[in-house]
Write a new protein. Structure first.
Length: 184
């Protein structure tokens, strides 16, 4: 059961309600995370603005792979389920690619490098080794793109932390468990 209160619909401020309506139009429903965030319209606006802005920095499948890798690394079952749903429904990602994303990989080598790097950023709290930075560069990412990978990873850290603290109730099917290592 969620640990933070969700405001009843009649108590959601007008500005927050408009954001919830936009989220619902985009996803086909309003996820419980956003309903919870509506109790603090400023935080709701920050999260949705950040998501909207960072949706322009990398291609969708790379962002989905990063979301899955970061959410898995943080043990956020709500976010893993939500990103699995979104990557499948809106991102056109295969089940295999989603499973690989969760362990910091991908069927696409360049996307795998981004997911692996994002996962290492999270696991090392940003203290990545020179070899890890060289690896993502070697996959073809420029320094501005590496900054984008870091920013997208941090965006998902924010929502992972919110949902882990809240223990947000799942409003979509849970994601299956996955092996914790990249298949060779």
């Amino acid at each position: 059961m969620s640990r933070l209160n969700v405001p009843p619909p009649e108590d959601v401020p007008t500005g927050a309600q408009q954001i919830l309506d936009n989220v619902g139009a985009q996803l086909g429903f309003v996820p419980n995370m956003f309903k919870t965030l509506a109790s603090n319209p400023t935080v709701l606006e920050v999260v949705t603005t950040l998501q909207g802005t960072l949706s322009r920095v990398l291609d969708a499948r790379t962002r989905h792979s990063i979301a899955l890798a970061v959410s898995q690394a943080n043990g956020c079952s709500y976010c893993v389920a939500m990103h699995t749903h979104v990557a499948t429904r809106f991102g056109g990602m295969s089940g295999d690619d989603i499973e690989l994303g969760r362990v910091g990989s991908s069927i696409d080598p360049q996307r795998a490098a981004a997911a692996r790097f994002a996962q290492r950023v999270v696991e090392s709290r940003g203290q990545v080794r020179d070899a890890e930075l060289a690896g993502v560069r070697g996959a073809g990412y420029t320094d501005p793109q590496i900054l984008a990978i870091i920013a997208v990873a941090v965006q998902f850290l924010l929502t992972n932390f919110i949902n882990n603290v809240n223990q947000t109730d799942l409003d979509i099917p849970a994601a299956d468990s996955v092996a914790t290592t990249v298949p060779q």
